[in-house]
Design a protein around this ligand. Structure first.
Ligand SMILES: O=P(O)(O)OC[C@H]1O[C@](O)(COP(=O)(O)O)[C@@H](O)[C@@H]1O
Ligand SMILES: [Mg+2]
Ligand SMILES: [Mg+2]
Length: 338
């Protein structure tokens, strides 16, 4: 590919151009969200370059501390967290920040405060860092509540109140998937240009998929609806072909595949983890927002994931998300036992 010629192509849809186009659809927009998204993009580029040279730069292995979840922090968890805290606060557009790696919420310095709140998982899939398997960053954006100067209540909002969400996957290529509430679009980082280019416009998740994704190692502790659903994926009663199992163990990578290929990603509750493992604010909500925007469904076993009203910033919830018809099936099994 002739990069120079390519760089001169005026129709090259970079993420910056794309977001500016989106902004132009709202005459009252002040450009704050555009500036905030650009700082998130910068953070993703920085983490992407750190991840790609993790082995070389001694960024492999443990940082030596434990986070609020009781997990041993990886060096890249800590580095990514620092990068995003700096990128988000220096944007001058944020107020309350919640990170998986920090016990308490961060209230941005008054001089730099803005009207957005960001919840994020700086490095998702930490168990896959040291073996170089795809990992990512997940983020969700809320607007401050009317008249609020910035309190925890501004982030303890149902996911359906988010105004934007996305993730960046650090894999064979670096892909940023974003929704500002009007559909889902994917951008691939062109390392030679240093630009995210629109490569997956208007992502629509297939209505039904051929893949199920779950850690079957927890099967003995599952409840009946989950057990029945997975059994049916393997031994379908309706004469259809069995689904294939795909599980990477990085939510970003498993959800990215699910968005593009269809199927269902699940992290159910079980006897050991009655609320599942994944965190509501910065894993379940952003991914559910994207999946719904792409025409899929996100269900908790009790209801729509985006209807959860969180009470704690590191709260967990079971999650079943993906192709509409597949999630509908497990929803029916839960409703039958409710
Ligand atoms: O190893 P398990 O129990 O299957 O859990 C895997 C899940 O845990 C996670 O790694 C949790 O996220 P973090 O790596 O950000 O803590 C998810 O990415 C993934 O879906
Ligand atoms: Mg995570
Ligand atoms: Mg993480």
């Amino acid at each position: 590919m002739d990069h120079a010629a390519d760089a001169m192509r005026t129709d090259l849809m970079t993420i910056t151009r794309f977001v500016l186009n989106e902004q132009s659809k709202f005459p009252e927009a002040r450009g704050d969200l555009t500036i905030l998204l650009n700082h998130i993009v910068l953070g993703c580029k920085f983490v992407c370059s750190s991840v790609s040279k993790a082995g070389l730069a001694k960024l492999i292995g443990l940082a030596g501390d434990t986070n609020v979840q009781g997990e041993e922090q990886k060096k890249l968890d800590v580095l990514s967290n620092d990068v995003f805290i700096k990128a988000l606060s220096s944007s001058g557009r944020t107020n309350v920040l919640v990170s998986e790696e920090l016990e308490e919420a961060v209230f941005v310095d008054e001089k730099l405060r803005g009207r957005y709140c960001v919840v994020f998982d700086p490095l998702d899939g930490s168990s896959n860092i040291d073996c170089g398997v795809s990992i990512g960053t997940i983020f969700g954006i809320y607007m401050l509540k009317e008249g609020s100067a910035g309190t925890l209540n501004d982030v303890l909002q149902p996911g359906k109140n988010m105004i934007a969400a996305g993730y960046c996957m650090y894999g064979s290529s670096c892909t940023l998937v974003l929704s500002t509430g009007t559909g889902v679009n994917g951008f691939t980082l062109d390392p030679s240009l240093g630009e995210f280019i629109l490569t997956h416009p208007d992502i629509q998740i297939p209505k039904k998929g051929k893949i199920y994704s779950v850690n079957e190692g927890n099967a003995k502790n599952w409840d009946e609806p989950t057990r029945k659903f997975v059994e049916n994926c393997k031994f379908p009663q309706d004469g259809s072909s069995p689904k294939s199992l795909r599980y990477i163990g990085s939510m970003v990578a498993d959800v990215h595949r699910t968005l593009l290929y269809g199927g269902i990603f699940m992290y159910p509750a079980d006897k050991k983890s009655p609320n599942g493992k994944l965190r509501v604010l910065y894993e379940v909500f952003p991914m559910s927002f994207l999946v719904e925007q792409a025409g899929g469904m996100a269900f908790t076993g009790k209801g729509r994931a985006l209807d959860i009203v969180p009470t704690k910033i590191h709260q967990r919830s079971p999650i079943f998300l993906g192709s509409y018809d597949d999630v509908e099936q497990i929803k029916a099994l839960y409703e039958a036992t409710a």
